[in-house]
Ligand binder design. Structure first.
Ligand code: DGL
Length: 296
């Protein structure tokens, strides 16, 4: 049984969904959160394939329900949403679900030049959901789509290293430069892309490098804040919002972070990006995670 006091479950292939958790905590500061990073199996989006991502999403959703009695699950991963949200809705109709999708619609409404760049994982951009989204909103705007192999992995690995003195001298920056160049011309002139959709929750943590490459005028669009507002609406409708009248909880009681991969990497990402203490983090084994090999 869930109640307003039950936690919100948040899950990603790794640390990328922390960007969504950040927006959720901002929108819902009285809620409790249980975050699961499947870093032992990341990345999902380069070559894992739908069947693997579906199996992991199912196993993790079950784990969060059974071990933590979550009242709602936020799939803070575009790749897992694309591959598994319909399956999960059909298999667990009683679990309220919120997925994330690249911000194609907001970008189509805000672009002035009518050209928008989209960076996302190969898994996301080759999905039927993504094709539908682009077809639906692609009349007014031309979307330039770039699968970014290796970028989520490089961001994931960067958390195991010390904060770099020069963020542009990193593998993350090199990959950003390669993919930005492949997309084409950014700017405010006719035919140029004036907006960039960050279609993978990891890429928000490469914002600094992308900003350096693209300059101050290109609009970056992600879905953290809209997903957080949607989560509030769902909880409100279900009558399971936590009372917002009491004092704000301390971070240690409010957020529990778990990883199937390196605990130290999660602790350093949590501290670097969310200013959360190491004691919020722990290791977890969920299903046969690391026993399942990546697809070739
Ligand atoms: N953070 C994920 C997304 O939003 C997936 C990255 C990956 O594991 O490939 O797509």
């Amino acid at each position: 049984m869930t109640s307003p006091a039950s936690p919100i479950g948040v899950f990603d292939s790794g640390i990328g969904g922390l960007s969504v958790l950040q927006a959720l905590r901002h929108e819902l500061p009285h809620e409790r959160f249980v975050y699961l990073a499947d870093s032992g199996n990341a990345p999902y989006g380069d070559a894992r394939g739908d069947a693997f991502v579906q199996q992991r999403t199912r196993t993790i959703a079950r784990h969060l329900r059974e071990q933590h009695q979550i009242k709602v699950l936020v799939i803070a991963c575009n790749t897992a949403t694309a591959a598994a949200v319909d399956m999960l809705r059909a298999e667990m109709p009683e679990l309220p679900l919120i997925g994330v999708e690249p911000a194609i619609k907001p970008a189509s409404l805000s672009s002035q030049t009518g050209h928008v760049g989209v960076m996302a994982t190969r898994g996301t951009v080759s999905s039927a959901r993504f094709a539908r989204l682009v077809a639906e909103h692609g009349q007014r705007v031309q979307f330039h789509v770039q699968p970014c192999d290796g970028l989520a992995k490089a961001i994931e690995e960067s958390t195991e290293q010390p904060v770099p003195a020069d963020p542009m001298a990193t593998e993350v920056a090199q990959l950003c430069a390669r993919y930005v160049n492949a997309l084409g011309s950014f700017g405010q002139k006719t035919g140029e892309m004036d907006s960039l959709v960050l279609g993978c929750t990891h890429y928000i943590f490469a914002r600094e490098q992308l900003r350096t490459l693209l300059g101050p005028d290109i609009q970056f669009i992600d879905t953290g804040a809209p997903v957080a507002r949607q989560t509030r609406r769902v909880l409100d409708r279900l009558g399971t919002l936590t009372s917002e009248s009491g004092p704000l909880p301390a971070a240690e009681g409010q957020v529990q972070l778990m990883t199937t991969g390196s605990l130290q990497a999660l602790q350093s990402a949590a501290s670097r990006w969310l200013e959360l203490p190491a004691q919020c983090c722990s290791s977890v084994q969920v299903g046969e995670s690391s026993a399942v090999p990546a697809a070739a």
